[in-house]
Design a protein around this ligand. Structure first.
Ligand code: ADP
Ligand code: ADP
Length: 226
């Protein structure tokens, strides 16, 4: 079975009396181990799609299945549980907490799982290792780190609960091209180790790293191939 499956997914936002059709019948199948890039111009529905796959929102109609579970009609608590077990998020702006050190940022997702602080630290160090951050930076705060190092911390945080699926929204958007390349190479390595990777981007160059590209146009999957 696909690890992510969308069947005829529609999402309509209602603003006062007007309706915005953000997704218009989207069908997508992503297999375990895939590296998928999602492209499309601003307003084409990429964030909406990512919110569905990330279990942050549910469709107006159609079906979304994540790792065998149909999330379409789940309440917020069940949705949160599926998200915690399956999804790691990586953002363009890193979204680290500035007052916490690198390792403390990585520990955050584990605070909600029932593990001891000692084990939590150990797992956070392991995740920072996986994200190839030099251990000497573990006690640094975000503003003492370069952009690339901050993104490595954010990737470690996404890996903390060992999710089968990583979702990244413009992960290199705030980085110079050399640093961006090193972050993409890290994501490739994580994918080779078995994580299913879904990257939303405007950047055509990132499609070179993926084995599948989905192009959205006005809320529909386009047949155009980049
Ligand atoms: P993209 O990420 O490709 O820029 P979005 O998914 O953010 O596209 O947006 C698709 C369409 O849905 C746009 O017209 C956008 O303005 C609208 N939209 C997105 N989120 C909301 C929301 N929460 N409420 C109302 N309209 C939204
Ligand atoms: P991106 O840079 O990924 O295209 P956007 O700027 O389109 O992201 O959207 C950022 C967030 O704001 C998303 O979560 C999206 O759902 C929400 N959003 C986008 N358009 C609207 C809108 N018209 N009304 C309310 N929320 C929106």
């Amino acid at each position: 079975d696909p690890i992510v499956q969308l069947q005829n997914v529609r999402k309509i936002y209602t603003l006062g009396t007007s309706e915005i059709h953000a997704l218009n019948g989207v069908n997508i199948s992503i297999e375990k181990g895939d590296f998928v890039t999602i492209m499309g111009s601003s307003g084409s529905g990429k964030s909406t799609l990512l919110n569905m796959v990330g279990c942050l929102d549910t469709p107006t109609s159609g079906k979304v299945k994540i790792n065998g579970t149909n999330i379409t009609k789940l309440d917020d608590d069940r949705l949160t549980a599926i998200r915690r077990d399956n999804i790691g998020f990586i953002f363009q702006q890193f979204n680290l907490i500035p007052t916490l050190t690198a390792i403390e940022n990585v520990e955050i997702p584990m605070i909600f799982s029932r593990i001891t602080p000692t084990l939590r630290k150990k797992r956070a160090m392991h995740a920072l290792e996986q994200a190839q951050l030099d251990p000497e930076y573990a006690s640094h705060r975000p503003n003492e780190l370069s952009g690339g190092q901050q993104q490595r911390v954010a990737i470690a945080r996404a890996l903390a609960n060992e999710p089968p699926i990583l979702l990244a929204d413009e992960p290199t958007g705030n980085l110079d091209s050399k640093t961006g390349k090193s972050i993409m190479e890290l994501l490739v390595r994580l994918n080779e180790e078995g994580t299913t990777l879904i990257v939303v981007t405007h950047d055509h160059k990132l499609t070179e790293y993926s084995n599948k590209t989905i192009v959205l146009m006005d809320g529909e999957v386009s047949d155009d191939i980049y």
